[in-house]
Design a protein around this ligand. Structure first.
Ligand code: SF4
Length: 317
């Protein structure tokens, strides 16, 4: 006679479910309790990444192209581009095998773009308009006589792009970084587009506190899709016991979403694909929240939800 679990295996038809059913099969006595799945009101791929991905796929269909870095920090997207024939190069490297090179959504300094053009490459620019807005804000502050400061992760490609045309620019992410800023009459501050908005405002206040005789001009360049996802996460974390963030391991905003959820008192796990879910996480979770970083494909989120359903979850209305 078939057990209830076996019947569930045989009667479930959606393809995403069937991938996971055999591995997630557990004896009746150890089954995870039923739980609700709550999706964040804003999650997943933003328009900037979507447009950059479409441009990269179009370029690779029309001819050979080298993407200068990770188009987005998401392995699933990178595999998809490699399959489409796009090569991956290094924005800060010396050469690319194809005539056409593509600057990613994270942007690049004018210096880097000109350097590639001078080598004879055709430079296709997939920089997100909101990253361009941050570049313009910083350039305007410098033109006003400000000393440039970027709140962000030193070494991140977007931050390197922002500071690349301003060799004196300082990058700060902690109070110690702020204390170490050289004294200036006028600071001009922008932020990496994917930093947590509340933390950015705190850091601006710390600059004012530690440099009380300086004028601090701040332009808020955290992008709206990031703000929407952060706000939605705050709402989600209030409702659930566990948050699952779908996003690549080197995606800054996915990592930030998981960290923020933990700070809000929720257990949180960042996963790259549905296969990364450990069923043990769900044992005492009555409500599970799902969100995703701005570089995550909708299909990855669908697969995560499908797997959660096979593990006893039901999407809340
Ligand atoms: S996260 Fe924001 S800045 Fe970055 S690509 Fe998306 S919309 Fe543009």
């Amino acid at each position: 006679m078939q057990s209830k679990n076996q019947q569930a295996v045989m009667t479930s038809t959606p393809s995403c479910r069937s991938i996971f059913l055999s591995r997630d099969f557990v004896p009746q006595s150890k089954r995870i309790q039923a739980f609700e799945i709550h999706r964040a009101t804003h999650f997943g791929m933003c328009f900037g990444v979507r447009d950059a991905l479409a441009l990269a796929e179009k370029s690779s269909q029309e001819g050979d192209v080298t993407i200068l870095g990770e188009l987005v920090h998401n392995e699933v997207v990178r595999k998809r581009l490699r399959k489409a024939g796009a090569a991956e190069g290094d924005l800060f490297g010396e050469k690319a095998e194809t005539r056409e090179v593509l600057v990613t959504a994270h942007g690049a300094s004018d210096f880097q773009k000109e350097r590639w053009a001078q080598k004879g490459h055709l430079v296709t620019d997939a920089t997100c308009p909101l990253v361009k807005k941050a570049h313009t804000a910083l350039a305007t502050l410098v033109a006003e006589g400000c000393f440039p400061v970027v709140i962000g992760k030193a070494g991140h490609v977007e931050v390197r792009g922002l500071t690349g045309d301003f060799p004196k620019a300082e990058v700060v992410l902690s109070e110690d970084d702020i204390k170490a800023l050289p004294p200036q009459r006028l600071f001009g501050v922008v932020s990496q587009t994917t930093q947590p908005s509340a933390r950015v405002h705190e850091l601006v206040e710390l600059i004012r506190r530690h440099h009380p005789t300086s004028e601090v001009r701040f332009r808020d360049t955290v992008c709206q899709p990031t703000k929407n996802r952060q706000r939605a996460l705050h709402d989600l974390a209030r409702q659930v016991d566990l948050v699952i963030v779908v996003g690549g391991s080197n995606s800054n905003n996915s990592r930030q979403l998981a960290e923020t959820a933990r700070k809000l008192g929720c257990r949180a796990h960042r996963i790259a694909t549905a296969a990364d879910i450990d069923p043990r996480w769900l044992e005492d979770a009555g409500k599970v929240g799902v969100t995703a970083g701005t570089s995550t494909l909708g299909t990855c989120v669908d697969q995560v939800i499908a797997r959660l359903e096979t593990l006893g979850g039901k999407v809340a209305e």
